[in-house]
Design a protein around this ligand. Structure first.
Ligand code: URA
Length: 218
């Protein structure tokens, strides 16, 4: 069973744009996002998980999509990946209070092997990430950070294009396309650190990239 397979069809191309409010700040956008049906992922997820944090943050971090715990709590990065990210931010001397955390995709995509079994994360498609991008663009416009940190491939492809590769593109600040002076720094997703065979080295790489982001935000 895959998220978004039941119910009436969502019109194609998938696109969140019709659900965005014409005006308003982050609270208005968070309220509107709760009713987004721009792609089929809304059907099986519990809630829309909008971004959280400092509305005037100098550093905005973009993950992939909410996980199981985020879907239950309605907040991004509150599960194991979020705890690891918080630790890495502290180590890179980035005050989490001065950040804004969000995801490229605002609904949890998952599979279940059988009814009542654990929900297993399934990576969102590029089509779903692009459908959701208007929410991310609105967050970028409203927060207007100095630096955007893309955590992993989904966030990277959403913001930097389909040829983005974490391995090739990480750790180097570059201008965010179509943004006025905002820099972007790519790094690994904290879940990839948790899954890594050499967790210590993967974590050190994440912290090093976050230090680059911290310097770029000064
Ligand atoms: N992974 C993400 O990319 N985002 C979250 O919010 C949680 C886990």
């Amino acid at each position: 069973m895959t998220a978004g397979t039941a119910g009436s069809a969502v019109p194609e191309p998938y696109d969140a744009t019709p659900f965005l409010p014409a005006r308003g700040g982050l609270p208005a956008h968070r309220r509107a996002a709760a009713d987004c049906q721009g792609c089929p992922l809304y059907r099986d997820a519990s809630v829309t998980v909008f971004g959280r944090g400092n509305a005037h943050a100098r550093i905005l971090l973009v993950g992939e999509q909410p996980g199981d715990q985020e879907d239950r709590e309605g907040e991004p990065f509150v599960g194991p990946a979020g705890r690891l990210l918080s630790k890495a931010l502290r180590e890179a001397q980035i005050d989490e209070e001065d950040t804004y955390l969000t995801n490229a995709v605002k609904h949890f995509k998952f599979t279940v092997k059988a009814p009542g079994k654990r929900r297993i994360h399934k990576a969102p498609s590029l089509r779903e990430a692009l459908a959701c991008r208007p929410w991310l663009e609105a967050e970028l416009r409203l927060v207007d950070p100095a630096v955007v940190v893309v955590l992993g491939a989904t966030a990277g492809r959403s913001l930097l294009g389909p040829s983005f590769r974490v391995g090739a593109d990480r750790g180097v600040p570059r201008p965010l396309p179509d943004a006025d002076g905002t820099q972007v720094v790519a790094t690994v997703h904290p879940s990839a650190v948790l899954r890594s065979d050499d967790r210590e080295a993967a974590y050190a790489g994440l912290v090093a990239d976050l230090r680059v982001a911290a310097r770029a935000a000064r």
